[in-house]
Design a protein around this ligand. Structure first.
Ligand code: PNS
Length: 159
């Protein structure tokens, strides 16, 4: 039984994240998807509660996936949920430097290790920040996000 924590901002969850969770669910017995604030990214578009509701809707069909949200250190959440490892996706070499630094910091303060999984190349350009920007300016992001997220992005842009 291996339980992994997949942490992220998920503001909003996009098809690259969906692929990561599906892959992790096929590799590990239990996957916890944890929404956390990224202190370097500011307030964001969706509240933590809204992000988690979308994650719940997107992963309802995967029995070994559960979701949670947390305000604090990711390593404390990892311990709370009983995770053996943290997992992170790597889209490109440009992700590696910051992800390695976070993994080493988390390992230094808690002993918790991070495993990296590569994103499929056809989805490696996806980024929540760009998706928010394109959606806000009226561009089509329907191929980049799951249907529930597309629905909620449309609501945000008309409100
Ligand atoms: O999707 P993101 O924005 O790349 O996710 C980054 C996230 C939320 C995983 C990271 O900012 C984080 O771990 N935040 C919680 C606070 C924390 O533990 N900071 C120390 C990380 S070394």
């Amino acid at each position: 039984m291996t339980c992994v924590l997949y942490p992220g901002s998920f503001d909003p969850v996009h098809n690259g994240h969906i692929e990561m969770v599906q892959t992790a669910a096929s590799l590990f017995s239990e996957v916890v998807v944890g929404t956390l604030m990224n202190p370097s990214k500011g307030g964001g578009l969706f509240t933590l509660e809204e992000r988690m509701a979308l994650l719940d809707e997107c992963f309802a069909h995967l029995p070994n996936v559960r979701t949670t949200m947390f305000d604090g250190l990711v390593v404390n959440l990892a311990k709370d949920v009983g995770a053996d490892f943290i997992i992170k996706g790597l889209r490109a070499v440009s992700d590696f430097e910051s992800e390695l630094q976070m993994a080493q910091t988390n390992q230094a303060i808690s002993g918790m290790h991070t495993l990296f999984l590569p994103t499929a190349s056809r989805r490696s350009f996806l980024a929540s920040g760009l998706i928010r920007e394109v959606a806000r300016l009226g561009g089509d992001v329907s191929d980049m996000v799951p249907a529930p997220v597309f629905r909620e992005l449309q609501k945000k842009s008309v409100s």
